[in-house]
Design a protein around this ligand. Sequence first.
Ligand SMILES: NC(=O)c1ccc[n+]([C@@H]2O[C@H](COP(=O)([O-])OP(=O)(O)OC[C@H]3O[C@@H](n4cnc5c(N)ncnc54)[C@H](OP(=O)(O)O)[C@@H]3O)[C@@H](O)[C@H]2O)c1
Length: 445
Amino acid sequence: MSDTDRDYDLVLWGATGFTGRLVAEHLADRYGDGALDWALAGRDANRLAAVRDSVTDRIDHGDADDADGDAMDGTTGDGDDNATVPDLLTGDAHDRASLDALAERTAVVCSTVGPYARHGSPLVAACVDAGTDYCDLSGELQWIRRMVDEHHDRARERGVRVVHACGFDSVPGDLGTLLLQSHAAETFGAPCSAVRALVSVRGGGFSGGTLASMVETAAAADRDRAVRRVLANPYALAPEGERGGPDTGPQRGVRRDPETREWTAPFVMAAINEPVVRRSNALLGYPWGREFGYRESLAVGRGVGGAAVAGALAAGQGLAAGALDVPPIRRALDRFVLPDSGEGPDRDAVEGGSFEMRLFGRGASADHPAGYAVEATVAGDRDPGYGSTSRMVAEAAVCLARGETDTPIEGGVSTPASGIGLPLVDRLEGAGVSFEVSAREGAER
Ligand SMILES: NC(=O)c1ccc[n+]([C@@H]2O[C@H](COP(=O)([O-])OP(=O)(O)OC[C@H]3O[C@@H](n4cnc5c(N)ncnc54)[C@H](OP(=O)(O)O)[C@@H]3O)[C@@H](O)[C@H]2O)c1
């Protein structure tokens, strides 16, 4: 629901956070020439002004003199007359009136304020009430499920797109699968019956906000049996009555990929990405079939070395997950060990990192009884968690603001593939995240 009567195309909520600042930089770099009416929002006007100053420097129009966020036309006088300096808006994640006021002024809210289970619910409610599209970086499965339960029907009726998981979780897997399956349908007239994804990551690290979100999820599971049930169900994000299927959940332990012969370890983000892809299939009306199977794994390498590293990674992840399940360890990590909010990997790690996700689909049909293979690759030339994530969520927000969506649903609590679709692939292609797809007859390599 892109609304041109609003003051802004897009408000970035959480612009002072580690990821929020990167999103602001991306928007300035790509759309700061006046292509977007936008505002930076958060709870602290001074910190917001500092972010705006650095963003304004990037678009080389140093007119950011409105630190208190009061009225300004958002247009600089020097340099490019069309360039827009973002306005500043303040509010608090727990002050509903401030969120209503914010949501009513913009066509889209892009939120990087997390942990979402702690800070995110009132904003989603405010956006649905205001008829404002929304996207975020949440990878918190239990919270997304809560938003589905509380808001999906109303958002759908009102034509409001609430699009969760617009970062590294879950854009590569979700849009990679959409692209692969669209290509299968075009080329062979039918989708692949199963897709598996192998992920390789270089560089990066974790920010305070991401680690706080992981701690938050572990604590919620500890407190609440219903949360544990949601986390344990591979179809937890499917519509009620459709929460079953062939998939049994993320990979456990070490495996060898049957085709590439690489050793693989469990991929920590599969816990959210796999249910997101299944929700996409459901919301799109099951174009990939009700028996569609999807799995993600971390690709480590071939040979004895690959097996050893995969084993070490699998064991390490098991230990880390086990530690988060123990309340005193969790509290100690939270207080003394984990980075603070606003902290994260340094610039070199963000800009020097990269990721690649290779998706392999296999299918067969009456016209192609020998089967067919479709493969897609999604890659980013920055670290996945922050450098590429900030591009993904920023471009998702721009798609929503421009009404660039290509899906059968008009609204609801959705996913990148079901709430935005292939237009996000097109936007990301121009923004440092590449997508490739190819197909061949015969399922054998
Ligand atoms: N899906 C993905 O791939 C992915 C990747 C990266 C991050 N994430 C998620 O994104 C979220 C943010 O991560 P991050 O590392 O950027 O976090 P962060 O640096 O801690 O930033 C959190 C932001 O939330 C704001 N905030 C906190 N409490 C608030 C309140 N009561 N009212 C208004 N604003 C409030 C902070 O404002 P102040 O500056 O005023 O404190 C800050 O702007 C996390 O949930 C993380 O898991 C997901």
